[in-house]
Design a protein around this ligand. Structure first.
Ligand SMILES: [Cu+2]
Length: 414
């Protein structure tokens, strides 16, 4: 009869719709892994846990940074005088920046306009304009290793590894001069700001604890005890717990960012070096320098998937696809404007705003919905829109900043 035929047609129609829907959704985030001894970067698809590309870069890939818009990857070559610039749309090397001898850590200003390079071999931090790749400044810092930008963009902290003069060096970004030196009795290793700027976490050679610096007082106010040789510690956006890579036991240790107590440790590979997280903070990628692989960690479940990469993987960055991008829209607040100024979603979908600016902003909705009065630099806010229509909104702090969300009727899919 005709019933099986129409049922088959119905299934085909549904399958076609699902296929089109899947194709329209953004791909899973990619992780970029610098293989220190291969002079390559492995591109890992996080959903399938496979290496999808390998890119040749300057010798000794060391520091890695993704631009704010996720379109550009910077890799410093510790064994060179260059920073390799990769277009993440094609995963091709597009440029080599001459930055000075043995560049190490990289950082950027919150608006993405300035790239900071720790030029270890020349005792300086170099500043580059990302628009034209021109060097626009240089700040003298002895043996600069890694750099952490305060989320408000006003200060950059540099781990200075000059023997006998170990220090955290704070650079005032307005004057581009050293504002303060915080002397240390041991060599600083890595330093990272919590995504919301509440703390600067740093590690010291020979110290089995993460040091927690209060950015307001610039004093160490707490320590997180760890196993031997903690390397990088951070609090990623979206993550409930702070994360520390602990090299000795080969663990990713999670800690309470309020009480500094250790919550749990997840075994990863040998001699882990670095960690990066997806936009939601739910999946983390740890490089294992001693076992030539990366561990993709499901933080809530505590499970890992290992992916073999190149030799001596050190740094890793993860593309920050916005949490809502697969079922809504993302609006970036930068340079005192909403970008894009209008987004289109379907009823039931959400819009996520991220304050990528150096100043606090807020969200005021005229339809009576409560928005955050204050959205600090680095903070995000998500709102679900259930009713179709056009919603004009403004910044709660700067009324002249206006934009619109247009919510369409949800089309039938099944
Ligand atoms: Cu504002």
């Amino acid at each position: 009869m005709s019933l099986p035929l129409s049922a088959n047609l119905f299934r085909a129609a549904v399958a076609g719709t699902l296929l089109a829907w899947a194709a329209a959704a953004p791909a899973a985030p990619k992780a970029y892994v610098g293989n220190f001894k291969d002079n390559t970067v492995s591109v890992v698809d996080m959903a399938s846990a496979t290496v999808v590309d390998t890119i040749a870069v300057a010798a000794g890939p060391h520091g890695m940074l993704l631009s704010r818009d996720g379109k550009t990857l910077y890799v410093s070559g510790d064994g060179s005088s260059q920073v390799s610039v990769i277009d993440t749309a094609t995963d091709h090397l597009v440029r080599s920046l001459a930055v000075g001898r043995t560049p190490h850590g990289l950082a950027q200003s919150p608006d993405g306009r300035l790239l900071l390079v720790a030029v270890y071999g020349e005792d300086r931090v170099a500043l580059f304009d990302t628009a034209n790749a021109a060097e626009v400044g240089s700040v003298t810092v002895a043996k600069p290793h890694t750099i952490a930008m305060r989320p408000d963009g006003q200060r950059a902290y540099v781990a200075s590894q000059a023997p006998g003069h170990f220090a955290l060096v704070a650079i005032d970004m307005a004057t581009r001069q050293v504002a303060r030196e915080l002397p240390l009795d041991k060599a600083p290793r890595d330093l990272e700001f919590a995504f919301d700027g509440r703390a600067l976490y740093f590690t010291l050679a020979g110290e089995n604890a993460v040091q927690v610096l209060d950015p307001h007082t610039e004093a160490v106010t707490a320590r997180v005890p760890t196993g031997a040789s903690p390397h990088i510690a951070s609090l990623f956006r979206g993550a409930a717990a702070g994360a520390v890579v602990v090299q000795g036991p080969g663990e990713l240790t999670l800690f309470d960012p309020d009480t500094y107590s250790v919550l749990r440790s997840i075994p990863v590979g040998r001699q882990p070096h670095w960690v990066a997280a997806n936009a939601e903070g739910s999946t983390m990628v740890v490089t294992n320098e001693g076992s030539n692989d990366v561990s993709i960690v499901d933080v809530a479940a505590g499970t890992t998937r290992n992916v073999a990469v190149g030799t001596a993987p050190r740094k890793v960055v993860v593309q920050q696809l916005a949490a809502a991008s697969s079922n809504g829209a993302h609006v970036s607040i930068a340079n005192f404007a909403f970008a894009p100024s209008e987004v289109f979603i379907e009823a039931g979908q959400s819009v996520t705003w991220s304050n990528d600016d150096g100043a606090p902003h807020g969200l005021a909705f005229p339809d009576g919905a409560l928005g955050p009065d204050l959205l600090l630099p680095g903070a995000v806010y998500t709102r679900v829109f259930d009713r179709p229509g056009s919603f004009d909104y403004a910044c709660a702090v700067h009324a002249y900043m206006t934009a619109r969300v247009t919510v369409r009727t949800r089309p039938l899919r099944e």
